[in-house]
Ligand binder design. Sequence first.
Ligand code: ADE
Length: 268
Amino acid sequence: MRVDVFTIFPDAFTGPLTESIIQRAQDEGKIRIELHDIRSWARDRHRSVDDYPYGGGAGMVMMAPPIVEAVEEVVGRDSESASVIIPSPSGELFTQSMARELAQSARLVFICGRYEGIDARVTELLHGREVSIGDYVMTGGDLAAAVMIDVIARLIPGVIDEESLADESHTSGLLEYPQYTRPHTFRDLSVPDMLLSGHHARIAEWRREQSLERTLSRRPELLEQAELTETDRRWLANHAASDQEAESCRIDRAKRAELPHDASDVEE
Ligand code: ADE
C-alpha cells in the first residue's frame, strides 16, 4: 500500500509512523508512507497556505490551490484511483469497518488541515471523503491522519499476525474481554480461576460473556450491529433483565430516601 500525506507539519508524523510495528511494516515494504509539505506548493514568497474566510468569522481557512496542485502533482490528475481522506471533525465517523474497507486500497491520500479547516472545493475537486476520528475537536488533522494510518496499516496482511486480529475489540462488534498475565496475585488481586482451569471451551465461553458484559455496560449501542449467536442473545436478555431490576431497586431506594425530605418540606 502507498500512502501520501499532505500536511504543513510533516514533523508531527515522526514518532507515530516511525516506531514499532508501523516502522517495521515500512522496512518490510508492506506500506510506503510519503510526507509532502503543502507549503512547497504555495504561490507567494511568504509561502502562504491560508486566508480569511469568505463571509467572515474567526480564524483562517486553508486555500484550495496549493493543496489541489500538490495532490495532482504527486498522485496524478486522476486522484480517483486513490482514496482521498480529509480528516475533519465534521466528517463521517472512522470505524474499524471503514478501516477494513480502506485497507483494501492500493493507494491512500490524506490531506491534513489546520486553522478553521480547508476550502470546501478541495473535497469536491479531489473526490475526497471527510472523516472524523471522534466527537471532539483537535488542533488539526495531522494526528487524526496518523491515528487512521496506524489502524489501517495493522490490517494489511502480514503486518501483524492474524490471530491477534481475530479476538480484539471491534472485530466482531464487541469489546474485548479482560486479559491477565503473571504474577498470579498482585496487591491482593488474583487472576480469575477460570483462566487457570486449562479447559479451553469453558475459557472461551467465559471470555465471550466478559465481552458481552463489557459491551453492555460500556458501549451498549454497539450491540445493535454486533454479530451475536443465540447463546449471546439469551445471555444478554437475562442480564438486561437483571440490570433493569437493579435499576428499579435503585430508583425505589432513592424514592424512599427522599420521602422524609418531602415530609419535612410539607411541614415547613
Ligand atoms: N481535526 C480536528 N478534529 C478532528 C477530528 N475529531 N477528527 C478528524 N480530524 C479532526
